[in-house]
Write a protein that binds this ligand. Structure first.
Ligand SMILES: Nc1nc2c(ncn2[C@@H]2O[C@H](COP(=O)(O)OP(=O)(O)OP(=O)(O)O)[C@@H](O)[C@H]2O)c(=O)[nH]1
Ligand SMILES: [Mg+2]
Length: 254
């Protein structure tokens, strides 16, 4: 049980628990002189990014947006809402390419990745950092531990279940979701892993390679209602199949 869940068990509300966790995090950060970067990959998310940026908590030192050449006003909206944010254009294509570039460029010792579609709440960031301060290398999110997110279609929920079941069978894990875009990790841990994919399947490759390398990975359950507006940037069925193949192939990769 993490600290926030424990505090909720002691009668604190979710908001009070989050404030207390953020206070504890600020103290730990000051003691260990840590910097935290929030890394957000964006591709045509002008309608959603206003639901994300204002909720980033004060414990974050750097907001880094890696844009995939959005054709809408995503970049202008980021500039107007967070003038201090660093906005970079990714060198290649695909979310994996954007993530790898963002991690290389980030100034934080700890990096938190968040999707720009408003499907997750940035105020949960302290909950992701807590396991890292307690010795984990990665803290990966789970959207599915408490059932199907409100706006997730049934076929995608089923696909996610097949993926996580395959991962658990092949790697001896007990995860409930391996496709949440919400995660936190030490920059040095990420850079220690060789990543060969540039699309979304890079996230599954990262997870299973970290696991194979013996890294300590925590799962953090977070609420998620699904994308707020706009269309998905991935073809769910095709991407789900590619993710599944990567999980299987990596098991037999030296
Ligand atoms: N920079 C960059 N960002 C991307 C790219 N593809 C997707 N993204 C971003 O990555 C995040 C995840 O993409 P989504 O379209 O939400 O994918 P998903 O969460 O699997 O699917 P839905 O939430 O159902 O749409 C969003 O913030 C996208 O804007 C890309 O090629 N480059
Ligand atoms: Mg999404």
């Amino acid at each position: 049980m993490n600290e926030i869940t424990a505090m909720q068990g002691q009668g604190y509300s979710r908001a009070e628990s989050r404030d207390l966790a953020e206070d504890a995090l600020l103290k730990a950060k000051a003691e260990r002189e840590l910097r935290i970067t929030v890394l957000i990959c964006t591709l045509n998310e002008e309608e959603n990014i206003p639901h994300v940026l204002p909720k980033i908590p004060a414990c974050v030192d750097e907001v880094l947006v890696v844009d995939g050449r959005s054709s809408d006003s995503t970049v202008a909206v980021v500039r107007s809402l967070r003038p201090e944010a660093r906005i970079l254009c990714q060198p290649g294509r695909g979310k994996g390419d954007a993530l790898k570039y963002g991690v290389e460029q980030a100034s934080g010792h700890i990096i938190v990745t968040l999707d720009a579609d408003g499907e997750t709440d940035p105020q949960d960031i302290p909950k992701f950092i807590e396991p890292l301060l307690q010795g984990c290398d990665f803290a990966k999110g789970s959207r599915l531990a408490k059932g199907r997110p409100l706006r997730m279609p049934r076929y995608r929920w089923l696909g996610n279940k097949i993926l996580v079941l395959t991962c658990n069978l092949l790697y001896g894990t007990r995860y409930t979701d391996i496709c949440s875009g919400y995660s936190a990790f030490w920059k040095r841990a990420f850079l220690d892993i060789e990543l060969t994919y540039d699309n979304c399947e890079m996230e599954q490759q990262l997870l299973v390679r970290a696991k194979k390398a013996g890294m300590k990975i925590a799962e953090v359950v977070h609420p998620s209602d699904g994308r707020i507006a706009g269309t998905s940037k991935v073809n769910g069925i095709r991407q789900g199949f590619v993710d599944w193949l990567v999980v299987v192939k990596e098991r037999f990769h030296a």
